[in-house]
Design a binder for this molecule. Structure first.
Ligand SMILES: [Zn+2]
Length: 120
């Protein structure tokens, strides 16, 4: 469990924290307030994990052994757990979350419309 940035009680689960974004924030089970992790933190964690696996994969290919890949996978998992523990939660109001969700939906519709117009 993680501490809610609003009431400081451990009201947010590990899974909630991982999926919390501005558009889809985590809800504290004590105070019901919303919080999210920065998109830059989330993508940095994902990209470092991928980078570690790529390095391990290349070392494995070069050495003809699976051990470097296995080792890098262990490091990537350990890093992922550690980085998520460290990632900070920020409070967000219900109105801002709703606005962010509207922007994301608008963006998705815009991108879709763009691709449709390119391929037609
Ligand atoms: Zn709370």
């Amino acid at each position: 469990m993680y501490c809610c940035p609003t009431c400081q009680k451990a009201g947010i689960t590990e899974l909630q924290k991982r999926w919390a974004s501005r558009a889809d924030p985590a809800t504290c089970r004590f105070c019901g307030r919303l919080s999210y992790t920065l998109a830059s933190q989330t993508s940095a964690i994902v990209w470092w994990g991928i980078l570690l696996l790529v390095i391990g994969g290349m070392a494995s290919a070069a050495l003809g052994s699976y051990e470097p890949l296995l080792a890098s996978a262990c490091v990537a998992i350990a890093y992922n757990v550690w980085a998520w523990r460290r990632a900070e939660l920020f409070p967000i109001s219900a109105e801002s979350a709703k606005a962010a969700a509207t922007v994301e939906t608008g963006l998705a519709v815009g991108v879709l419309a763009y691709f449709l117009s390119v391929f037609n």
